[in-house]
Design a protein around this ligand. Structure first.
Ligand code: DAH
Length: 349
């Protein structure tokens, strides 16, 4: 019997030495230590032995089990370590290899200008609100004091979808919507950036789609001097602190009086050049005091409230600021232009 035990031990030892994976080791363990394995078979033979031999055989058997158990444990640890090392070797990353270049997109110049203007107004306590691009005639024109048949409608050749719906031609409808939506009729200070559409033929200075930023301030005792102070500040922040600002009378149906705002030419400083067309001044936006009809139409009492509004074109501002001569550059998505602009901005590399 002892001999059998010794042989078994030898046999197991030899087999374990040949094992090369944890799976094989496990199978082997089941084969020898499992219910139907030879060690269990030996245990079940014990009851057939005479009493005086039982004790000794039990001891030998226990010893065998312990030894075999240790053999398996040691082999398992060695294999686990081997497999881990192999895995680490397989997954090793060579951090000295050169990386593949990642192309990162850049923010569109118009988006950049809009964000710059938004930041400026937010710092002055304005909210940024948006409105729909598919707009009702009611908001795009009628509530802005442009009834059907008004000649000023012709200046904004429109894409109509139905008799009453169109692609908005300006962001001014958002001022009417903001006043309408304010049910308590409390003071307002907002800017409204967004896309607008006009039935223009595209050329260097016209695009059928472009962007505008509308501004609206409504409150008690809001006066022309608030408008002037605000827009002077904006012009200087956008075009340089030493810019001078000039206000010229103009006409918009939704403001009375209406003013056009010019800055002194940042190229020639006012002496006259090609950018300012020899005048020394560059027009940057339209503005005015909100017409009483507009206030009234949107539920604000013009006896109690006054307000000012303005509208500017980010394309025009970007073209002036960065010396871009063709508005179509913003919309044809030529990467050479977009990347070049980015480089000019100094935001890359
Ligand atoms: N909506 C005008 C346009 O598209 C721009 C404008 C001018 C907006 C004067 C205003 C304003 O709010 O007061 O030409």
């Amino acid at each position: 019997m002892k001999e059998r035990v010794e042989n078994l031990k030898k046999e197991i030892k030899e087999k374990i030495e040949k094992v090369i994976s944890l799976k094989e080791l496990n199978d082997l363990k089941v084969e020898y230590l499992g219910k139907k394995g030879p060690i269990n078979e030996l245990s079940s033979m014990m009851k057939e032995l005479p009493v005086d031999e039982k004790k000794e055989f039990g001891r030998v058997l226990n010893e065998l089990k312990a030894e075999v158990g240790t053999l398996f444990d040691t082999a398992r640890e060695a294999l686990e370590e081997k497999e881990l090392n192999e895995k680490l070797e397989r997954e090793k990353i060579d951090i000295t290899l050169p990386s593949s270049k990642i192309h990162v997109g850049s923010i569109h110049p118009i988006t950049k200008v809009i964000e710059e203007i938004e930041d400026l107004f937010v710092s002055m306590g304005y909210d940024v609100v948006e409105g729909p691009e598919i707009e009702e005639d009611l908001y795009n024109f009628e509530k802005l004091n442009l009834p059907k048949g008004h000649p000023a409608r012709d200046a904004q050749d429109s894409f109509y979808i139905t008799e009453e719906m169109l692609l908005r031609t300006q962001t001014s409808p958002v001022q009417a919507r903001t006043m309408d939506a304010n049910l308590e009729k409390t003071p307002i200070r907002v800017i409204c950036p967004g896309k607008v559409y006009r039935r223009d033929d595209d050329d260097a200075t016209h695009s059928h789609q472009f962007t505008q930023i509308e501004g609206l301030v409504v409150g008690e005792n809001i006066s022309l001097s608030h408008l002037k102070g605000t827009l002077e500040e904006v012009a200087k922040k956008l075009f340089g602190e030493d810019r001078e600002v000039r206000f010229r009378p103009s006409f918009f149906p939704f403001t009375e009086p209406s003013l056009e705002v010019d800055v002194s030419c940042f190229k020639c400083g006012g002496s006259g050049c090609s950018i300012c067309k020899g005048t020394g001044w560059i027009e940057i936006l339209g503005s005015g005091m909100v017409h009483p009809n507009v206030l009234r139409g949107c539920g604000y009492d013009p006896e109690k409230y006054t307000g000012f509004a303005f509208g500017m074109g980010p394309e025009r501002i970007a073209m002036l600021k960065y010396g871009i001569h063709d508005i179509r550059n913003f919309y044809i998505n030529d990467l050479r232009f977009l990347e070049d602009f980015n480089r000019v901005e100094g935001s890359e590399e």
